[in-house]
Design a protein around this ligand. Structure first.
Ligand code: GLP
Length: 338
């Protein structure tokens, strides 16, 4: 797991939006081979969606060949209710980009005959059919839940119906006239294992209310009481936070991850300089040899290897890996500006 710390929610969101844009562009999706993106709702991703919309408007990215799967949806809330996750996603994102509606997948909280089990099976099958999720973007609840996998959820869980914890209903009451009772009691949600199946998971967490969850997920043990902690077992997970969300982490932890990023940035500059010099000095026939030499380093420790990270991403120099301290960091990551 990597932890990227930015000063405030805006910088954290911009980092993630740029990261996603780079991922989509590096993948070079087509109609036959779309980029499959998992998406969350909540306040935390809102700024990310705004930055992604701006990137689309500026011509930096297209979502024409992107297929999306949302994490969850309330049960029995009408689809056109302003607080349904269908409404949320179209209002805040899909209506502003070029994704065809047929490529958007959101769980149906009102399935035929209220057959929630069938709806969840259908959703898992649809994910499989399109080849799995390339990048799952997620938020986190104040109790450490990922999607709606509340404390105690099986870390092997799949898409299913879940009752919502009182803390979650209280937290989401702000969208329902500040009345926790008005928040639906149940939701359909992808499981922890569904998220873990994604080739890459990126989490956003901002604000002091997420500090305890981040501390548990980053410094604590893997536990079903904080389902976000499952990401410690994921070969390619990235948690992007603002400073407030680190308030309960040890200073030592924060410094460690800042150091990892700093080292990676410096290594990236060295690598760029070496590559530029090598290309400038070398006649074309020898480029292949040289490229191999300056690739510097496929992962030494098995973490974030090209295999686990980018098996479906078009080979690109951007995706070369560098081993830095104990972390192995994708080259693309190190180019990100805050
Ligand atoms: C809900 C969603 C989660 C989201 C969480 C945090 O519980 N199901 O996917 O991560 O809210 O939301 P917010 O970003 O508003 O704090």
């Amino acid at each position: 797991m990597r932890l990227v710390i930015r000063p405030d929610p805006e910088a954290a969101s911009r980092y993630i939006a740029n990261y996603i844009v780079d991922r989509i562009n590096a993948f070079a999706p087509s109609a036959e081979r779309p980029f499959v993106l998992g998406l969350p709702t909540g306040s935390s991703p809102l700024l990310i969606y705004r930055f992604l919309i701006a990137a689309y408007a500026a011509g930096r990215v297209s979502f024409r060949d992107v297929v999306t799967f949302n994490m969850d949806e309330y049960v029995a809330l009408p689809r056109d209710h302003p607080e349904s996750y269908h409404s949320f996603m179209f209002t805040n994102f899909f209506s502003h980009i070029d994704i065809p509606a047929s490529q958007v997948h959101i769980l149906d909280g009102n399935p035929p005959d209220n057959d929630y089990a069938a709806e969840c099976l259908r959703y898992e099958a649809a994910i499989r059919e399109v080849g799995g999720i390339e990048l799952f973007l997620g938020g986190v609840g104040s109790d450490g839940h990922i999607a709606f996998n509340e404390p105690g959820s099986s870390l092997a869980s799949r898409t299913r119906i879940k009752s919502l914890a009182p803390e979650t209903r209280r937290a989401n009451a702000r969208f329902f006239g500040n009345n926790p009772e008005a928040v639906p009691q149940m939701a359909l949600t992808v499981g922890v294992a569904t998220v873990m199946d994604a080739r890459e998971v990126v989490i956003v967490a901002t604000g002091a209310s997420k500090a305890s969850a981040i501390q548990q997920a980053v410094e604590g043990s893997v536990s079903h009481m904080c389902t976000l902690s499952c990401l410690q077992m994921h070969p390619c997970s990235l948690v992007v936070v603002d400073e407030e969300a680190t308030l309960e982490c040890k200073v030592k932890t924060v410094q460690y991850f800042r150091g990892v990023e700093q080292t990676a940035r410096e290594a990236s500059q060295v690598q760029s300089a070496v590559a530029a010099t090598a290309i400038a000095q070398t006649p074309p026939p020898r480029l292949h040899t040289l490229n191999t030499n300056v690739a510097m380093a496929d992962a030494a420790d098995g973490e974030l290897t090209p295999d686990s990270m980018s098996s479906r991403i078009s080979p690109s120099p951007k995706m070369k890996m560098l081993s830095v301290r104990s972390a192995t960091i994708p080259f693309a990551l190190m180019r990100q500006q805050s």
